[in-house]
Ligand binder design. Structure first.
Ligand code: TRP
Length: 453
């Protein structure tokens, strides 16, 4: 490889720790909270299929591109792009990918932490037995009362932000690796326990039918954009998070198969989360399309009904919080690494400043659910809807498109070949086609479709 083999920020202890860290980044609120409700709002199965296509043909190649760029540069995305464009005589405009990623990261982290705070709140609610035997209306009321109270929300947002800052300030190995070593395996085990519960519930068949039944009539152009945006979001793509994590990957790890494993893990968790939630929705006669409240109303409701529900429900929200925190730490890594490099600053100082900025931005999200609920930024979008839409549906796909174009066309074949461990044969042609053409064109078509459709 052309450059240093170590990053100054630290290195993953092994290929499997990278897989866990990247899966930790990928598996988050996007899988457990967002994917089920998006599938619910967009008619289920047909949307799921669309989403899987986006993961396979757009997500996987772009994740490979991010990881290989990161490993080639061994720095934050901004400095990696700087170095690569200089080294290979490419336009400095490509560095904008890194900058856009930092901006997107601030926006995403700001609201991510707020929603993650909701899951912290529900740990307490479940543990105290507040939902034991609750009716649908009571579960609904609990959530709505919580959303109506900005101070409560700010308190949980603050706690979650402090935890995130604490972990990232301790560094890549001591902070991030330690967290994921514990949180990820536990998450998988619990999800399968819950799946077992869902299988035995009355709504199982209906839930499966909803997730996998193909009703194309419920799709429109916007569903395609939403599916693509979700694919980017759930795989943590398009803003340099995987590039930042890629910078810490040992040279010996094969990128292709590693990325496929990460994408599979992420997809399994998303589908499993849907299969846990929808049967419960149907068994309790609730609505699938109720949006963001899906996980915070139906899941607590279901646990309130089940034997040992207090225990399992508490653990469920602990784990959602773990999943969220292993993601939150990755969203901040591009900006964090950049500031450390640029100012030779202490990681802990940078982490705190970053946390404060995102916390302030997050207040807007908190207020979007109460005092600012009727303040519309564009159309009928609240501040939260707007920040979410712009970052997830516009910035991530565009960022991903340019990353794919850069890795597909601007980097010399030799660099790609060395990183991916392929020679100049058909695999290298396949890379050009998938990463250089298919992935970016797919993003472009969806965009044009939305603009003109
Ligand atoms: N993938 C995470 C989830 O599904 C969220 C996330 C982490 C993310 N890092 C990211 C999203 C970087 C976009 C970009 O919850």
């Amino acid at each position: 490889m052309a450059t240093d083999t170590e990053s100054r920020h630290g290195m993953w202890s092994s290929r499997w720790l990278f897989i866990l860290a990247a899966a930790g980044s990928a598996v988050g609120l996007g899988n457990i909270w967002k994917f089920p409700y998006l599938a619910g709002e967009n008619g289920g199965g047909a949307f799921v299929l669309l989403y899987l296509v986006c993961i396979a043909f757009v997500g996987v190649p772009i994740m490979m591109a991010e990881v290989l760029l990161g490993r080639e540069g061994r720095q934050s995305p901004i400095n990696t792009m700087r170095q690569l464009t200089r080294q290979h005589n490419r336009s400095a405009l490509w560095v904008l990918i890194g900058w856009a990623g930092v901006v997107a990261g601030f926006l995403i982290l700001s609201y991510y932490v707020v929603i993650a705070g909701w899951s912290l709140f529900y740990i307490g609610q479940m543990a105290s037995g507040a939902l034991e035997g609750a009716t649908g209306a009571q579960a609904d009321a609990l959530f709505n009362d919580f959303l109506a109270d900005p101070w409560q929300m700010i308190m949980w947002q603050t706690i979650f932000m402090v935890l995130t800052v604490y972990i990232i300030s301790r560094g890549v190995v001591k902070g991030i690796e330690t967290a994921i070593r514990w949180f990820m395996p536990t998450l998988f085990v619990l999800l399968f326990v819950l799946l077992g519960y869902a299988v035995t519930s009355d709504g199982w068949a209906q839930g499966v039918d909803f997730m996998f039944g193909l009703d194309f009539a419920s799709l429109d152009g916007n569903s395609v954009l939403v599916a693509l945006g979700q694919a980017f979001f759930t795989l943590s793509l398009g803003m340099g998070a995987m590039m930042a994590y890629g910078a810490y990957v040992p040279n010996s790890a094969p990128i292709g198969s590693t990325v496929v494993i990460i994408a599979l893990l992420d997809t399994v968790v998303a589908v499993a989360a849907g299969l846990v939630i929808f049967p419960i929705v149907f068994a309790n006669g609730l609505e699938t399309g109720q949006g963001p409240g899906l996980m915070f109303v139906t899941i607590p409701l279901a646990f309130g009904q089940m034997p040992l529900g207090i225990v399992f429900g508490t653990i469920f929200f602990v784990l959602v919080s773990f999943a969220a925190i292993t993601s939150a730490i990755s969203i901040s890594e591009p900006a964090l690494a950049y500031l450390v490099e640029e100012y030779n600053a202490k990681r802990s100082r940078v982490a705190i400043s970053l946390g404060v900025i995102c916390w302030v931005l997050g207040i807007g999200t908190v207020l979007s659910f109460n005092h600012w609920a009727d303040v519309h930024i564009v159309g009928n979008m609240t501040y939260f809807d707007f920040v979410d839409y712009v970052s997830q549906n516009i910035m991530l796909p565009l960022g991903g498109m340019f990353i794919a174009l850069f890795a597909g066309w601007a980097l010399p074949k030799t660099v790609i070949g060395a990183q991916l461990g392929i020679d100049d044969g058909w695999l290298s042609v396949l890379w050009k086609i998938v990463c250089g053409i298919v992935a970016p064109v797919a993003v472009l078509i969806v965009f044009l479709g939305v603009l003109f459709g």
